[in-house]
Design a protein around this ligand. Structure first.
Ligand code: ADP
Ligand code: MG
Length: 523
């Protein structure tokens, strides 16, 4: 194949922000190349440089063996189709397509021949004299493509040309565009942020991120062998798991060593392991390479999507004490005050300033008109030792309430295998506080000071599950258990067989369904 275009180290900045960071890319004759990446990653900028509408700061563009950096746009053998294709509203379909040829003073009989051929190419035979403004979006886009192709460019640039069309029309036009490209046999450079579009149409996909190329490959290569986690996530549903490459052809994840086809990593290198949801098969609970429990089942029309947990998260259970209403009334000054006993961890005692005491005890005062009153003084004998202490809150007019503060040395749950620590404290609240909660899981976490962290680097781990079995609208005085848990190791699986939540299953996959990727370098 003949190399048609060569981007050499293209750098471009706008307002001191580097938008292209040294792009190197070859495009060959007759290729359908797609630039794929999220909005803002620099796709259009690269196209505009190739089209000659924008000058790069550094680097060179070679076209057909020659540097075209100083060739103006109109002299390049390149045409562009945009999402907003701006047809001339006062010209009919024929004249819109013929426009460029007329400017070049091509003979009318030749124009007639060429336009007719283009109309047939884009499936608009018989539309010559239609008013373009009355055409559907898809038909207008066909006219725009015909108008660009009639000039017989060597390259057609298409910048998200189908972005304005609805899904069904877009899919139809994708097939049309692919057919047109094969028929005219020229190079298409196509820009999209839609991975499905890229996978269905392209000979070659260029995955971009923040002005850099992450991977260049065929759709199959990009899908089956993504270079890194970014590409894998961009291109489709994936399970991406932390692993360790023990040695060539052996990778460890989920506490087990698996045979795989990957090699060339450093010994014990930390890696990302990819397994596609459609590559995992569900077998009986006694079989398979991994065992797990079905957590969720979602019907997706053709298949079911399951989440199977193979290793549970860390969890901690605490007791919530529901108190009776306990505000005290000071009849002399017509004031009420309320506060709750609470537990505090020994290591947090030093942070118990007045603000914190009021917040933790949820101390509040109000008068007969229901106006809030401020807490004017706080007295307590809390010490930096395990024990129970008193704390008294008072208003300006000496309406007061005394609560107990329990200083405890809580047992953290530390799971070295999962590398997680988790802690939470028992707590006291009133039934009304539970009933009035707008986001009960969040409030339960706050009341219990629930936290989880990575044992290695102390970073926070999200508590994703809050389990309880009381009815928030109808809670009574008493004690209730609440369990806080972090997310376990979960796999997403596509299957056509029926399973139920709670099913114990085995998971099976082939060694070539495992794909090992280098960890991405954090910026
Ligand atoms: P994409 O086509 O991938 O969505 P673009 O190439 O249009 O991304 O833009 C890349 C970045 O460059 C964006 O952050 C965008 O805001 C910025 N950018 C593009 N054109 C200009 C311009 N003319 N002036 C300033 N910033 C621009
Ligand atoms: Mg763009």
């Amino acid at each position: 194949m003949r190399k048609l275009i060569e981007f050499r180290n293209i750098v471009k900045s706008f307002d001191n922000q580097v938008v292209l960071k040294g792009i190197n890319l070859n495009v060959y004759e007759n290729e359908f190349v797609t630039l794929l990446g999220p909005s803002g990653c620099g796709k259009s900028t690269l196209l505009r440089i190739l089209g000659g509408f924008l000058q790069q700061d550094e680097g060179t563009v070679i076209f057909d063996g020659e540097c075209i950096d100083n060739v103006p746009a109109y002299k390049r053998e390149i045409n562009t189709v945009f999402q907003r294709y701006a047809l001339f509203p006062h010209l009919d379909v024929f004249d819109n397509i013929a426009f460029g040829l007329r400017i070049k003073k091509v003979a009318e009989d030749v124009i007639d021949q060429k336009v007719t051929r283009m109309l047939s190419l884009v499936n608009l035979d018989g539309y010559e004299h239609r008013n373009v403004t009355l055409l559907s979006g898809g038909q207008q886009q066909r006219v725009a493509i015909a108008r660009a192709l009639v000039n017989e460019p060597e390259v057609l640039l298409l910048d998200e040309p189908l972005g304005a069309l609805d899904l069904k029309l877009r899919q139809e036009m994708q097939r049309e565009l692919k057919r047109i490209q094969q028929e005219v046999g020229i190079t298409f450079i196509y820009v999209t942020h839609d991975q499905e579009e890229a996978l269905t149409m392209s000979d070659k996909i260029v995955v971009m991120r923040d002005g850099e190329i992450q991977q260049i490959g065929t759709p199959l290569e990009i899908y089956n062998e993504p270079a890194n986690e970014y590409v894998a996530r961009f291109i489709g549903e994936s399970n991406i798991i932390d692993g360790v490459m023990v040695e060539d052809y052996k990778v460890k994840f989920d506490d087990k060593i698996f045979d795989c086809d990957d090699f060339g990593f450093k010994e014990n290198e930390a890696v990302d392991v990819l397994i596609r949801p459609e590559d995992i098969k569900i077998v009986g609970r006694n079989g398979g390479l991994m065992k797990g429990e079905v957590k969720t089942v979602i019907f997706k029309g053709v298949h079911y999507e399951l989440i199977v947990e193979t290793i549970s998260g860390a969890s901690k259970t605490v007791t919530m004490h529901i108190l009776a209403e306990h505000d005290t009334y000071n009849a002399d000054v017509k004031e009420r005050i309320s506060a709750n006993d609470f537990f505090v961890a020994l290591e947090d005692v030093e942070f118990l300033d007045d603000f914190n005491l009021v917040a933790r005890a949820n101390a509040q005062a109000w008068d007969d008109e229901d106006s809030d009153l401020s807490i004017a003084s706080i007295n307590h004998n809390i010490e930096n030792r395990v024990g129970s202490y008193s704390c008294t809150f008072k208003t300006q007019k000496n309406t007061e309430i005394t609560i107990k503060v329990h200083v405890v040395d809580p047992e953290y749950v530390e799971d070295a295998r999962k590398n997680i620590g988790i802690s939470a404290l028992d707590f006291f609240v009133t039934a009304d506080e539970v009933k009035e909660s707008m986001a009960i899981s969040t409030d339960l976490k706050t009341w219990a000071s629930a936290e989880a962290w990575n044992l290695q680097d102390d970073s926070e781990i999200e508590i994703t599950e809050v389990k309880y079995d009381f009815d928030t609208d109808d809670i009574q005085e008493g004690s209730y258990e609440i369990t806080f848990a972090t997310k376990g190791r979960e796999y997403k699986i596509e299957t056509t067989t029926i399973h139920e939540e709670g099913d114990k299953v085995g998971l099976e996959f082939d060694r070539n369904d495992i794909h090992v990727m280098s960890k991405m370098v954090m910026e």
